[in-house]
Design a protein around this ligand. Structure first.
Ligand SMILES: *Cc1c(COP(=O)(O)O)cnc(C)c1O
Length: 432
């Protein structure tokens, strides 16, 4: 039975579940198409909660924010920033986003299938330079992925491949392209207008968009938008010189710019982090209307030890001891740095929530285990085996934010949520 199931999964080309699975799913495929050793089957000891309803809500709020004349490109790369494309694609389609952006072909295979099955016209955009092998696969599969051209050489590769494929497949293959203009990001854009002019006349390419990407993350107040404004000026002068058709979509703004600088919205905004609702400051979401799509990261109490003698060493290298004045009580969780919990969290005053109370992490984090000092537990409401542990999120009146959690790990929120999300089972919650 087990073997049979595994074969079915291999046959189904993996991405159907990405990292998103219900608690009862059998195995999990990673976005590169490998079957992973499955720490992610039921019952999950550690998991993140995902709220598709919150994602839908956020898209509606972003629509209100940008108004009816600005298109929305929902950025779902990196498995929807760790939230699971599979968990959220239905909501993106229900919200009628104009574009969905991703990066690799496993993502596009899934997205394209879902868009076709839903009879939608949602456009797909690859916001990274495509390789020839990926291009051939996407074009053969008719996935309708629009590609970025960021240099003349790359545009030639796109054009040559389209010509070659047209001969091979006996149908005219036209690749829709978005020209990326270098304005200060320095990773994949044309630096010369004349090269753009040459690129867009190459055979079997159709120019549908022109874009650039802002280099500022606008996090440090006071908000200085001089650099962003300068990038936009460069972009606009290039667009002017090209004298493009009105139908060519101009898009430049990521989440930060879309939320903070209405003048940067142009024809379309490319929003990632904003749609997931965890990485927000007051300027991005001044009325606090957006909701976290991954509101919590949870674990379970696996063992409790009462009457631990004073000054007992805890975990690897005895880097911390229990208190000296009296015996301690400890709870061990089946979570470790394998699951993205930092090894030196105890040095950063890490806490977790159990029974609505904050308790400190004690000792170094193991690969799969973490010790919590619960000596100060409420005697009327003692911790029990199997209790829910909140590592991020709310419990009772208490809360641990992604901000706090990420700061301890010396990461930004987006990076932290992505890593935890792509490493943990996903439990879908119905409400926001
Ligand atoms: C990732 C990405 C975005 C989305 O950025 P957010 O800040 O998450 O909104 C937009 N455009 C490009 C080109 C990107 O690579």
């Amino acid at each position: 039975m087990h073997k049979l199931r595994l074969l079915t999964i291999l046959g189904a080309v993996t991405l159907s579940s990405l990292n998103s699975f219900a608690l009862d799913s059998v195995a999990n495929a990673d976005p590169r198409g490998n079957i992973t050793i499955n720490q992610k089957t039921t019952p999950a000891t550690n998991f993140v909660e995902i709220s598709p309803a919150a994602y839908y809500h956020n898209l509606q709020e972003i629509r209100k924010m940008v108004g009816p004349n600005v298109k929305i490109c929902a950025v779902m790369k990196s498995n929807a920033y760790g939230h699971g494309i599979d968990n959220l694609i239905a909501e993106a389609l229900k919200a009628n986003v104009d574009y969905i952006a991703a990066v690799d072909n496993n993502e596009f295979r899934l997205l394209s299938n879902r868009i076709k099955a839903a009879h939608k016209k949602t456009h797909l955009l690859r916001i990274a330079p495509v390789t020839k092998a990926e291009l051939i696969e996407a074009q053969r599969g008719n996935w309708n992925v629009e590609e970025i051209a960021g240099s003349l050489e790359e545009a030639k590769m796109l054009s040559d491949t389209a010509v070659e494929l047209s001969k091979k497949l006996g149908r005219k293959v036209i690749i829709a392209i978005h020209v990326n203009v270098e304005t200060g990001m320095g990773r994949m854009g044309f630096r010369d207008v004349n090269e753009i002019k040459q690129a867009i006349t190459l055979p079997n390419l159709k120019l549908v968009g022109i874009m650039t990407h802002f280099a500022k993350d606008y996090e440090d107040p006071p908000i200085d938008y001089t650099a962003t404004r300068a990038q936009l000026d460069t972009f606009e002068s290039v667009v002017k010189e090209l004298n493009l058709d009105k139908s060519v979509i101009q898009h430049v703004a990521n989440s930060g710019a879309a939320a903070k600088f209405p003048w940067a919205r142009k024809d379309m905004v490319r929003v990632g982090s904003l749609t997931y609702g965890e990485d927000l400051d007051d300027r991005q979401d001044p009325h606090h209307v957006l909701q976290p799509v991954m509101p919590s990261f949870k674990s379970t109490v696996a063992i409790i030890e009462r009457n631990v003698p004073p000054h007992s060493p805890i975990n690897y290298d005895a880097m911390q001891y229990t208190r000296s004045d009296k015996p301690s009580t400890t709870a061990t969780l089946r979570i470790g740095y394998y699951n993205g919990f930092p090894q030196y969290a105890f040095q950063e005053s890490a806490v977790v929530l159990i029974r609505g109370q904050k308790f400190p992490v004690i000792g170094k984090t193991s690969m799969n285990m973490l010790v919590i000092d619960i000596t100060d537990e409420n005697q009327q409401n003692p911790v029990k085996l199997g209790d829910e542990v909140v590592l991020v999120g709310k419990q009772g009146t208490q809360q641990i934010t992604w901000d706090e959690f990420a700061a301890r790990n010396k990461m930004g929120i987006v990076e932290q949520v992505l890593l935890i999300g792509n490493q943990s089972p996903h439990v879908i919650i119905k409400d926001k």
